[in-house]
Design a protein around this ligand. Structure first.
Ligand SMILES: *[C@@H]1O[C@H](CO)[C@@H](O)[C@H](O)[C@H]1NC(C)=O
Ligand SMILES: [Ca+2]
Length: 371
């Protein structure tokens, strides 16, 4: 009997080595159905199992369209099951396409966030979120000189205190980013968001090579378990269709993961590395652009051009581009009331009307003068 058992135990000894050799190719990573979205989307009923959608999202047999190629759309799709895996890889097959040749927007976000199904100004979802946003930004809002082209993929980690600044394409809050042309292809386009041992790696497969190309990698990213996967998109004056064909969630089964037992459910999202902003070189704190709402009376701010030179030690400024040009279309979604009031108040002398304006501590008068 002993001799019969022995070969079997040998197999058990050898087996782990076979597996660990294979794990480089992720054969042990397995797709979790409850976090994945694959065709056919519908189960037995009219619901998509484990997923909910909001806004302009429509589901067809072959794709989930967050927005179509028309103005002022906003749609999202969210997984309803919180992710309890510590290490994962989310692979999204997507398609962004539209009739615009040079002008199109705005893009979409792949989320790993605490709050789900909450609409807002960050490509259709909540600002001041907790978690990770991987932003595929097709439209360059940034007025100043740019260091990169769009479409641009970047990542933002938020503990709920930061606002995504559309006007600067999130420059102040991004961890890292890369250019990636992913629009209007006939071939399939994919993105992988991999979170493994606190390292975030974003890769794309958009050149029809059936291989991942690294976009960026950032170490020291802390994300808790228990958040939700989602995707959301918006259009403004410019538009695109933003389609999701599939979401595949792989739980990574790591060898020698000594931290695997650690309870990660209570930690606050954080990143030890922020990319230095491309502008605002006089900003002492990269990635810390702070925004606040100030309430001013209209009397105090008229006529508008006098506001900036007024002798005051208050560290706010009025964003003139906001006053004289149309408010960026991104802000309109979910902010319709506010922008409407904004426009009205500009044209009236009624006293004590309240105007909401955005101020930025990070912007000194000098830098605003350069704009
Ligand atoms: C949240 O993030 C901001 C900006 O990165 C940081 O200043 C703040 O200390 C963080 N708060 C918590 C509770 O981690
Ligand atoms: Ca943008």
């Amino acid at each position: 009997m002993i001799f019969q058992i022995f070969p079997i135990s040998l197999i058990f000894l050898i087996f782990p080595f076979i597996i660990s050799a294979q794990s480089q190719w992720n054969t042990r990573d397995f797709m979790k159905r409850e976090h994945s979205l694959i065709k056919p989307y519908y189960g037995s009923g009219i619901d998509i199992p484990f997923w909910q959608f909001t806004g302009t999202t429509i589901v067809t047999p072959n794709y989930i369209r967050l927005t179509d190629d028309s103005q002022s759309r906003s749609g999202a799709i969210w997984n309803t099951v919180p992710v309890n895996s510590r290490n994962w890889d989310i692979q999204v097959h997507f398609k962004v396409h539209g009739k615009g040749k040079d002008l199109y927007g705005d893009g979409f976000v792949i989320w790993y966030a605490k709050d789900h199904l909450i609409d807002g100004p960050v490509f259709g979802s909540k600002d001041y979120f907790l978690g990770l946003a991987v932003i595929l930004d097709t439209y360059s809002n940034h007025n100043g000189p740019h260091n990169h082209q769009h479409p641009y993929i970047s990542a933002m980690i938020n503990n709920g205190s930061l606002s995504y600044d559309h006007d600067r394409d999130g420059t102040h809050t991004q961890l890292a980013g890369c250019e990636a042309k992913f629009r209007n292809y006939d071939h399939d386009t994919h993105i992988s968001v991999r979170y493994e041992k606190d390292v975030l790696t974003v890769s794309t497969d958009v050149e029809n090579k059936a291989a991942w190309k690294e976009c960026f990698q950032v170490k020291g990213v802390k994300l808790p378990t228990g958040y939700y996967i989602g995707a959301s998109a918006t259009t403004g004056d410019l538009s695109d269709s933003h389609d999701i064909m599939s979401v595949r969630f792989f739980e990574l089964d790591l060898d020698n993961d000594e931290d695997a037992a650690e309870d990660r459910s209570k930690i606050i999202p954080s990143a030890s590395y922020f990319e230095a902003p491309r502008e605002h070189i006089d900003d002492p704190k990269p990635g810390m652009s702070e925004q606040k709402i100030k309430i001013l009376s209209v009397d105090n701010i008229r006529p508008l051009p006098k506001v900036a030179p007024r002798k005051t030690n208050e560290k706010f400024r009025l964003d003139k581009s906001r006053m004289y040009t149309s408010i960026p279309e991104k802000e309109r979604i979910g902010n319709n009331e506010k922008t409407k009031n904004y426009a009205t108040h500009q044209g009236t002398h009624d006293q004590q009307q309240v105007i909401l304006c955005r101020t930025s501590k990070a912007s000194s008068p000098r830098s605003s003068g350069k704009r």
